[in-house]
Ligand binder design. Structure first.
Ligand code: GTP
Ligand code: MG
Length: 687
């Protein structure tokens, strides 16, 4: 692949709801530019962009693919993002490093959750947006209805169709271009005359284009007022300015069928004309932890700032880091510094990639996107600089994990590799975490949803580590609510030396974790065996008495006992202490404590009622309600045990529109009926 200077590069994030046809569009563009000799199709599992086995098998994108499309003298770096909301970490990083965002909308389904999510993040990043209304070949496709829906939903944006479908109520077989007033039929690039029945609609679209163009430029506006028309070149240049602007919010709209390869040629032309060049882009940075911006224009001669937006762990090629250069250059015979880790990294394994295909390069210019292998200490979210390590590109705010699984290595060999492999995968994915839970003694993997974690475990498998999963346990605690006492005598006389020890103790509720006291009078048990008794009791604390959970908030007072001059020994008093404690604990009205979480749920207003009644079934206590924009925010205290699968449940209740966060608040008593179930389950488990 040839070397491209900044002004010949375009970085475009292709975003939108799951299955709207992003990957299929990329396939059409590659075919149109001659990069492939046959257009890939999802059903044939031969896509350039969905190249991973898991993606091909599932028929959906799981991570962002980099697919450069070479057209005329330009290189358009397309970032094909996954639409599934579990992978919004990928989406956010792609939008951050692109200069324009293309939102693909299904012509039948219209605006969906994934559309909104991507749109809001593009807005937050102040990115110019273009819309592609795709699947125009489908039976109920309705270009005008989708356009109207978009205008209603994102009402501060102006939607200006650049291409319109030809053949309403007939099979979709081409598009008309509002600027050139020409038609493109079928898959070809050939321009034809507009059919008579489309002339009016395209004339009208031309007027809208003219107005949008005029609004982008004071001189054009003046001319438009005076002469009531603009020339072809003026419309083109004005529209170019409008669509590249981050403040005018002018959105060019295109009609396509990706799979039929219709309308994709004018789209390709627009990808160069209507998208922003990388040197027009400003980006938020943090310099010595203070916020700032790296203002446009940035060029090859500025100091290096490049952001790692994706890390890919591969068993054979090793770790690949995908980066976007905001300023400066990166050369394959140079070294650059990772501003986070301080590592002085060598860049001799430098590539550009198209899907999984690697093309070695010597030099990448400001604004370009590249890939580097064989680094020592670099991960997603890092910034490369030449020397100023106080400077970082500000990463997006990633959502907190919402879904947990307990994970176990399958075999001995997996056991040693699991930790490092999970760490690598978490470094690559800012929405993924793993930790050892000290309370439940489980290894817990946390992410955005079930599919996210399934895919993660598949990746671990591909890296040679087999991992089994379990439900995560709730870290219950055991305690008592009353006082009780108990006596236990341990006696054993078999063969040689015997064992003897008797302990009398009482238990009572306490404030702290555990307290031990001796009030033994007159040397009924010597100090040595009091210590043995304490040791025996402490040994049971971690494993609990009634359901196998750690004991806390208990005080033990040993007040009497008995020794034998020969047979009393340490082990005898440990056993007697332990058994006396267990018996007393059981008598002292034992209860389970459970973690109560502070939960904050944000949903569209209309869903509020459903969310509240669902919280009731989860033993939740609503603490407050609030309205923020069109959304309702509910805060509630809910037991953790009822929240383990909430991510999935909220998604299905809210059609993916709900989000929530959760933090630990305190431990509280488990209601009796729930406690009985937990104890029964623990007993069944122990059998
Ligand atoms: N009829 C029709 N089907 C299409 C069109 N574009 C895509 N499809 C089909 O829609 C399905 C999803 O297409 P993809 O290209 O994988 O969609 P995507 O947006 O990349 O999906 P994710 O990456 O999972 O978000 C596939 O079965 C495609 O064949 C189109 O223009 N017309
Ligand atoms: Mg895709």
């Amino acid at each position: 692949m040839k070397e491209y200077q900044s002004d010949k590069i375009r970085n475009v994030a292709l975003v939108g709801h799951q299955s709207s046809g992003k990957t299929s569009l990329v396939e059409a563009l590659l075919f149109n530019t001659g990069a492939t000799t046959r257009q890939g199709h999802i059903s044939e599992q031969n896509m350039v962009s969905d190249w991973d086995d898991e993606e091909r098998e599932r028929g959906l994108s799981l991570s962002t693919s980099l697919v450069p499309v070479e057209f005329e003298d330009y290189k358009i770096n397309i970032l094909d993002t996954p639409g599934f909301t579990d992978f919004q970490g990928e989406l956010k990083n792609a939008i951050l490093v692109a200069d324009s965002v293309i939102v693909v909308v299904d012509a039948v389904a219209g605006v969906e959750v994934g559309t909104e999510l991507a749109w809001e993040f593009a807005r937050l990043c102040e990115q110019p947006i273009m819309v592609v209304i795709n699947k125009m070949d489908r039976e109920n496709a309705d270009f005008a209805a989708v356009l109207e829906q978009l205008s209603g939903q994102f009402d501060d944006y102006k939607f200006i169709p650049v291409t319109l479908p030809i053949g309403q109520n007939a099979p979709f077989d081409g598009v008309g271009n509002a600027l050139t007033q020409k038609a493109y039929f079928g898959a070809g690039a050939e321009r034809a005359d507009l059919p008579a029945e489309s002339a009016d609609a395209l004339e009208e679209a031309n007027m809208a284009l003219m107005e949008a163009a005029a609004e982008a430029d004071d001189d054009l506006l003046e001319k438009y007022f005076e002469e009531e028309t603009l020339s072809f070149d003026e419309i083109r240049d004005g529209m170019r300015k409008a669509s590249r602007s981050t403040v005018l919010k002018t959105v060019p709209v295109f009609a396509t069928s990706a799979t039929e390869n219709i309308g994709t040629v004018p789209l390709l032309e627009a990808l160069v004309a209507y998208t922003t060049a990388p040197d027009e882009r400003s980006v938020n940075i943090e310099r010595a932890a203070a916020a700032a911006t790296l203002d446009a224009p940035q060029s090859d001669s500025d100091p290096l700032v490049a952001y790692v937006f994706k890390t890919l762990n591969d068993r054979f090629v090793g770790t690949l880091n995908y980066f976007r250069i905001f300023s400066g250059t990166i050369s394959s015979d140079g070294r650059n510094i990772n501003a986070r880790s301080g590592a002085d990294e060598r860049f001799n394994a430098l590539f550009v990639m198209r899907g999984k295909e690697q093309f070695p390069v010597k030099l990448l210019h400001a604004g370009d996107i590249g890939v580097v292998a064989k680094l020592t200490d670099t991960k997603t979210g890092d910034t490369f600089v030449d020397k100023d390590t106080s400077l970082r590109v500000a990463p997006p705010d990633f959502p907190a994990p919402l879904y947990m699984l307990a994970v176990n290595p399958r075999g001995q060999a997996d056991s040693a590799k699991m930790g490092p492999t999970l760490s690598n995968l978490c470094d690559a994915d800012p929405t993924l975490r793993w930790r050892q839970d000290g309370d439940t003694r489980q290894t817990v993997l946390e992410g955005m949803g079930q599919i996210h974690l399934e895919v993660t475990l598949k990746r671990a498998e591909a890296l040679g580590v087999n991992i089994d999963t379990d439900m995560p346990k709730v870290p219950y605690r055991e305690t008592i609510t009353g006082n009780a006492d108990s006596s236990y005598t341990h006696k054993k006389q078999t063969g040689g030396a015997g064992q003897y020890g008797r302990v009398d103790l009482k238990v009572e509720p306490a404030e702290g974790d555990f307290e031990f006291e001796s009030s033994v009078f007159g040397g009924a048990i010597s100090q040595q065996f009091v210590s043995s008794t304490e040791k025996g009791i402490r040994a049971v604390l971690a494993d609990g008495v009634i359901a196998g959970f750690p004991v806390e908030r208990v005080k033990v007072i040993v007040y009497d006992g008995k020794e034998h001059p020969v047979d009393s020994k340490d082990i005898a008093f440990q056993i007697a202490g332990r058994e006396a404690f267990r018996a007393a604990f059981r008598k002292a009205r034992p209860v389970l404590l459970e973690p109560i979480m502070d939960v904050r749920i944000t949903v569209p207003e209309a869903m509020m009622g459903d969310i509240m009644s669902d919280l009731n079934t989860r033993r939740g206590r609503v603490q407050g309600m609030d309205t923020v924009g069109f959304k309702s925010v509910v805060t509630a205290e809910v037991p953790l045990a009822e929240m383990l699968r909430y991510g999935n449940d909220l998604r299905s209740m809210s059609g993916g529109r709900g989000i929530y966060t959760m933090d630990f608040n305190r431990y509280d008593r488990v209601p009796a009926y729930v406690q009985d179930e937990i104890i029964a389950a623990a007993e069944a488990d122990a059998d």
